[in-house]
Design a protein around this ligand. Structure first.
Ligand SMILES: [Ca+2]
Length: 393
């Protein structure tokens, strides 16, 4: 930047002294000088941090700025961002007596203090790749910086610095994925910190957000592939919202009572999905039972029920959310927390089938194929061993 300034300074001087240079060039030079001035003023106030890939089973000894206890590695990163001298950190992977993790901020890094970089299976090490990055561009997308001038953290989306980073840290959670999307702070699908019950942020947790499918804003609550796995639990488990493992279950968070839609989609095929819209279709007792079931309250029935308010999308059969044709009722839906939910096996549509038994209709899996046990079907498309995600917004 400083060599550029000298160069531009010379050009500016020659432009002043040479009356043959057109006026519009003078204006360009003036703008350059103004832009440079702003850059110089703010640069020292900006601390941008890009973390390198983690190195497991290693730690850097010495050069310790301080050791603190944190809830997650994200909090440790945040401490390093806020600490002017921090060049790297060791993050302890084993919780201590206080149920927290160790976070050791270091004033050096593994390159400068190579001899002190040692093996330790209870730690991971992460260094800083770049600092004081003033320009937000695609090459540093995802970088976080602390803007001391504005006293705010900023996040580079690949084009501009966003002044708020909702959901990026435990201390700045969103309420749920849809709220984060509506705030304009979506950083694409991935993990975000959320705090559905508001108030104290100490009980905020990370949840996986689908920010793309059908407009985005979906919070993951459950994922199921194993036939016998419970897919709705009566106790709310925040850990199920975070993991995208094959099997992890919870129910809609009780403080996300304003939910309107529940989506059933394959973990890696989001073009095939069924969405339950609680505001669609005629209200009735069966619908109420289904909603209680999704909220993890009391319902655990085996009987076939007619459930209103579904619509589906798949490449062959486009979105049926069409007022002229109305929403569709799934006939004889079975739902049990210890098995799953499915349209009756006598049906031919297979809108939803995540039951624990083989598909007796033989529409999609041959009856003599034992692999049929555990096949998951959505909107007429069935897959083996592919988790169905249950998401809410
Ligand atoms: Ca809270």
């Amino acid at each position: 930047m400083s060599s550029n300034s000298g160069h531009r300074g010379k050009q500016w001087a020659s432009a002043i002294g040479n009356k043959r240079i057109p006026m519009h060039l003078c204006i360009i030079f003036l703008l350059c000088a103004v832009v440079y001035g702003i850059g110089r003023i703010s640069e020292s106030d900006l601390r941008a941090v890009n973390f390198a890939d983690k190195i497991e089973g290693k730690k850097l000894n010495g050069s310790l700025i301080r050791e603190i206890e944190v809830d997650s590695e994200s909090s440790c990163q945040l401490e390093c961002v806020d600490e002017e001298r921090c060049q790297s950190y060791n993050f302890g992977t084993i919780k201590g007596d206080s149920e927290k993790f160790k976070c050791q901020l270091s004033a050096s890094d593994r390159f400068a203090a190579f001899a002190n970089f040692t093996e330790d299976n209870n730690f991971i090490y992460r260094g800083i790749e770049g600092k004081n990055v003033a320009e937000c561009s695609a090459s540093i997308a995802g970088t976080v910086r602390y803007n001391a001038f504005r006293k705010a953290r900023e996040w580079c989306n690949g084009k501009v610095w966003l002044s708020v980073v909702i959901g990026l840290f435990a201390t700045e959670p969103g309420r749920h994925c849809l709220d984060i999307l509506k705030s304009g702070q979506s950083r694409g699908s991935g993990l975000y910190w959320i705090d559905p019950n508001g108030g104290s942020k100490t009980d905020s947790f990370q949840a996986y957000c689908d920010m793309e499918t059908n407009g985005g804003g979906w919070t993951l609550i459950s994922t199921k592939v194993s036939p016998s796995f419970h897919f709705i639990k009566t106790a709310f488990l925040a850990s199920a919202a975070e993991t995208t493992d094959a099997d992890a279950s919870s129910h809609i968070h009780p403080d996300m009572g304003d939910w309107e839609e529940v989506m059933f989609r394959f973990s890696d095929v989001n073009t095939i999905r069924v969405i339950y819209d609680r505001k669609a279709g005629a209200p009735n007792k069966d619908k109420t039972d289904f909603e209680m079931f999704l909220m993890g309250t009391t319902y655990n029935g085996l009987e076939g029920r007619n459930i209103h308010g579904f619509y589906k999308y798949n490449p062959a059969d486009h979105n049926k959310k069409n007022p002229s044709s109305g929403f569709v009722t799934i006939s004889n839906l079975h739902f049990r927390s210890d098995k799953g939910i499915s349209e009756t096996h006598r049906g031919t549509d297979q809108w939803i089938d995540m039951w624990s038994h083989a598909d007796a209709s033989n529409n999609y899996i041959t009856s003599d194929d034992s692999r049929a046990l555990g096949a998951k079907c959505i909107a007429g498309c069935c897959y083996l061993k592919k988790p169905i995600w249950v998401m809410v917004r």
